[in-house]
Design a protein. Structure first.
Length: 332
């Protein structure tokens, strides 16, 4: 049996553990589940990974994240063992070079990490994608997103006042995770557009500078809805840099009230991008700011949310690309 590498600690009771973890700065301010050796091994067993298998690193911080590191924090976050393959995929995505962990977790702006889950794993794990999917009340969403953030804190050293330099930060840094509502979508799912088979499950991590709703309950056609999206986007803009090249992404999360106008007209994601991209990227002026998106495909369109509010949410980027990784499930 492969040995675990983390230091072992013994506590007289759960309350003592909780207080010690808070005092040592190992939590996000909320209570945690004790990462016992049995729990950590159970999580690793669900991925087939050895404790010292490397998931990625942050060279600027001299940080390497192993499977054991990730498992410990996923246990602490309250995940079930079967959630752990998604956490692993999310960590790998975030720690890709152009996922830009160093900047997105240390920036003064307090950018958050949004995790979008696609494929069959959504329903297997009961990942919420409809009403309330951005908020509390769903164990899979809350704990998978929290696991990624605890890893960012405890492994990648993004601790407020240390390497996390956010002026205000955001509640989305506790957890921000949801699934795409593929079943109620008129479009090709995000992961398929990004080159994965439909039967594959994936995790996409997108660094979010700002999230804002484009609310429009008056328009009755796709063009009107998209004009509202463009207006909201250009109030804020989005900038890239030479290192990222022309691949910077914006994510549009389209709710069912807006989605139905696109479905009724038969408008594809590609046709939406052809309309949105030139309007989002045209020269700034009249109090507006352009979005520096190198090509139409950089607009990622996702279906989610519940009925009622006629909204499309804009997840405007920080200095990173949206990265998608396959969820590896041993034996499948």
């Amino acid at each position: 049996m492969t040995s675990l590498n983390a230091d072992q600690h013994t506590f007289s009771d759960y309350s003592s553990l909780i207080e010690a973890y808070h005092e040592r700065g190992w939590t996000d301010g909320l209570p945690v589940v004790p990462p016992t050796e049995a729990n950590v091994r159970s999580f690793l067993d669900h991925t087939g990974l050895a404790p010292d298998d490397i998931l990625g690193g942050v060279p600027t911080r001299e940080v390497t994240c192993t499977a054991e590191h990730a498992a410990i924090n996923a246990v602490m976050a309250g995940c079930k063992p079967e959630y752990f393959p998604v956490v692993v995929a999310a960590v790998r995505a975030h720690l890709e070079e152009k996922g830009n962990c160093h900047s997105t977790t240390g920036t003064l702006s307090g950018a958050s990490q949004c995790l979008i889950i696609n494929g069959p794993i959504r329903q297997e794990l009961d990942v919420a994608s409809r009403a309330g999917c951005f908020g509390p009340g769903f164990r899979a969403n809350a704990t998978i997103g929290r696991a990624l953030r605890l890893i960012i804190r405890n492994v990648c050293r993004a601790i407020p006042g240390f390497l996390d330099r956010a002026s205000f930060s955001t509640p989305a840094r506790y957890s921000f995770c949801f699934g795409e509502d593929e079943e109620e979508s008129p479009w090709t799912p995000l992961h398929v557009e990004r080159g994965f088979p439909a039967e594959t499950s994936t995790a996409t991590v997108h660094a979010v500078m700002t999230m804002v709703a484009a609310s429009d309950s008056r328009s009755r056609n796709p063009e009107g809805v998209m004009d509202s999206i463009v207006k909201e986007a250009r109030l804020r803009g989005a900038g890239g840099d030479k290192w990222l090249g022309d691949e910077l992404n914006i994510v549009l999360v389209v709710g069912p009230e807006h989605r139905r106008y696109f479905a009724e007209s038969g408008m594809s994601k590609s046709q939406m991008r052809d309309y949105l991209w030139p309007r989002m990227t045209k020269k700034s002026g009249n109090g507006e700011r352009r979005l520096k998106l190198g090509k139409p495909d950089n607009i990622l369109i996702v279906s989610a949310g519940g009925p009622g509010m006629a909204e499309t949410w804009l997840l405007l980027p920080h200095l990173a690309l949206a990265i998608t990784k396959q969820v590896d499930l041993p034996g499948r």
